[in-house]
Design a protein around this ligand. Structure first.
Ligand SMILES: NC(=O)c1ccc[n+]([C@@H]2O[C@H](COP(=O)([O-])OP(=O)(O)OC[C@H]3O[C@@H](n4cnc5c(N)ncnc54)[C@H](O)[C@@H]3O)[C@@H](O)[C@H]2O)c1
Length: 247
């Protein structure tokens, strides 16, 4: 299928790799005008080389001044896809105040900044769709050693529902996606950095009822749906795309 997002203007955060990148490409393939943002301008340049129609912009999603300056260059935004996020490993006893602040800034405050900056552009044109990437590790399910990650990803679900409730009359939908374990560069790093990478990989796969981890493209497919006019009656929800891990 193609053309489901024909003409829509879409902004993606954390689009340099992983779920953000796969989603930016999927949006582009469905006919959208995509602006891909990330902290890493090298991966953005690679994306732009492969897909010259995808515009790229270096943007730190935790820097509100930079976001507001960037927003001044935009007119209409139909869809905002917030993919930025960071996994801290450990329990509450391993989470120092600096870890709490770092994860909260990247996982939640970034979404507050981005949504607040972009919502006026959606209101101006009487509609839009915001999609925030949460996780199965959130209010949906507790996992060992994911204390601050689960806390912040639960907050993403609350943030999503609040925005959905406040702007439903303005034709703005706000939903989140809760992926299970998905292959991405940062997931590969987590495996490689564990004391026994082979065992770590087996453990990740063993907890997946489908016996495999997901692909970024499988998350992107749901993002395309939520961005599209197929989802015009869907708001305030969280769609689990997790191979059954949260059953
Ligand atoms: N991979 C998984 O298994 C999985 C599972 C559930 C949820 N998620 C969520 O999906 C999202 C994407 O994760 P991923 O693993 O696909 O990608 P990733 O972690 O491999 O890549 C993250 C990207 O975010 C960018 N980034 C980091 N800090 C930034 C900042 N301050 N501003 C802008 N960009 C920044 C990085 O440069 C990188 O390109 C995250 O929110 C993550 O929590 C991932």
């Amino acid at each position: 299928m193609s053309g489901r997002l024909e003409g829509k203007k879409i902004l993606v955060t954390a689009a340099g790799q992983g779920i953000g990148k796969a989603t930016a490409i999927a949006f582009h393939k469905e006919g959208a005008h995509v602006i891909a943002t990330d902290l890493n301008d090298k991966t953005l340049a690679d994306l732009n080389k492969e897909y010259p129609e995808i515009k790229v912009q270096k943007l730190d999603s935790t820097d509100n001044n930079a976001i507001l300056e960037f927003t001044k260059t935009l007119d209409k935004v139909d869809v905002l896809f917030n993919a930025v996020g960071f996994v801290h490993h450990g329990t509450i006893l391993d989470c120092e105040e600096k870890d709490w602040d770092f994860s909260s800034n990247i996982n939640v405050k970034s979404m507050y900044f981005m949504c607040k900056a972009i919502l006026p552009l959606m209101i101006k044109y009487n509609g839009g769709s915001i999609i925030n990437v949460s996780s199965c590790v959130s209010s949906l399910k507790g996992f060992p050693n994911r204390f601050i990650y689960g806390t912040t990803k639960a907050a993403v679900i609350g943030l999503t529902k609040s925005i959905a409730a406040d702007f439903v009359k303005q034709n703005i939908r706000c939903n989140s996606i809760a992926p299970g374990t998905v292959f991405s560069p940062s997931w590969q790093d987590r495996v490689n950095q564990s004391p026994d990478p082979e065992q770590a990989k087996k453990d990740f796969i063993a907890r997946q009822p489908m016996g495999r981890i997901g692909t970024a493209e499988e998350i992107a497919a749901v993002a395309v749906y939520l961005a599209s006019d197929d989802a015009t009656f869907t708001t305030g929800t969280t769609i689990s795309v997790d191979g059954g891990i949260s059953i």
